[in-house]
Write a protein that binds this ligand. Structure first.
Ligand SMILES: NC(=O)c1ccc[n+]([C@@H]2O[C@H](COP(=O)([O-])OP(=O)(O)OC[C@H]3O[C@@H](n4cnc5c(N)ncnc54)[C@H](OP(=O)(O)O)[C@@H]3O)[C@@H](O)[C@H]2O)c1
Length: 252
């Protein structure tokens, strides 16, 4: 059987792994940041490879036939490493690139390039901000201690932010619009800070903000390397079927 390495950390990566597991020897790679990731259903390896060179060496050592970058759209470093490692090793690469959300009628988005710019975009007047960004990003908001922050993350934010007024919420998506709306209302949130993650699982807060006419400070997506890609799990699986024939390998 052909060997496939999926760089994951997303729901789609897990779904794709499940879909390919019948026909390929699939290994799913996680960065190892989440303390108790959900069960992935296929063999998992954890931790970095040591840059593009390390990933290229791993692909060669394990005789991997296909590399799939199914990481989060904001995980720009691993995506760049994956493209470079594919070039170095000559291993074929495909990427799963979930489309971003587009603003619709009623949205009040302020677009910024980086999380640091989002901090500035909150302005000098104290506000009640919902940070739905991931725990890696929130320390930047210590630069604006005048705001109240509601911080949601999968794992606890440690150490806590050095700001006088922050509330922490532990939760793992998906999040429904009705629940997000109830949260924004009960916490009297007046601005949401978000990445443009795309997909359904975390769109609830964006729809809820629209319904409540709340501003969303949206951090733009980073630029990712240009590699052959698909928008959905099914589309990617179809690309593999056409390019890496598991049936021929089994001699059927
Ligand atoms: N950034 C987000 O908003 C976000 C949201 C949800 C999930 N995630 C997931 O969380 C992980 C880390 O995200 P990040 O933004 O910190 O990544 P990143 O900045 O692009 O990557 C930093 C380093 O972490 C290691 N790494 C990242 N993903 C890996 C993977 N799937 N398998 C093995 N090593 C990996 C690599 O280390 P080496 O250079 O040593 O190989 C990489 O250079 C990603 O897998 C991503 O899919 C990220």
């Amino acid at each position: 059987m052909k060997k496939v390495l999926i760089l994951g950390g997303t729901t789609e990566a897990r779904q794709l792994a499940g879909k390919l597991a019948a026909d390929f020897l699939v290994t799913l790679s996680l960065a190892g940041r989440t303390e108790s990731p959900v069960a992935q259903g296929v063999p998992v390896r954890r931790g970095g490879f040591g840059g593009a060179d390390g990933l290229a060496a791993y692909l060669e050592e394990t005789r991997t036939d296909l590399l799939i970058d199914a990481t989060h759209p904001y995980a720009a470093r691993i995506s760049a490493n994956a493209a470079q490692a594919a070039r170095l090793s000559g291993v074929r690469i495909l990427a799963l690139r979930r489309p971003g959300w587009e603003p619709v009628e009623g949205d009040r988005w302020t677009l910024v390039d980086m999380v640091g710019d989002a901090v500035q975009a909150l302005g000098p007047t104290p506000r009640r901000a919902f940070l739905a960004l991931g725990r890696q990003e929130v320390p930047a908001f210590e630069a604006a201690p005048q705001h109240h922050y509601l911080i949601r993350s999968v794992d606890p934010v440690e150490p806590k932010l050095a700001v006088p007024d922050a509330t922490y919420l532990l939760a793992r998506g998906p999040f429904r619009e009705a629940d997000e709306r109830a949260l924004l209302e009960s916490k009297r949130i007046d601005v949401v800070v978000s990445k443009n993650s795309g997909g359904e699982a975390t769109y609830g807060k964006i729809a809820a903000a629209r319904a409540l006419r709340i501003e969303v400070v949206m951090v733009r997506r980073p630029v990712l390397p240009d590699v052959p890609s698909a928008k959905t799990v099914d589309e990617l699986a179809a690309m593999i079927d056409h390019g890496l024939d598991p049936v021929a390998e089994r001699g059927v």
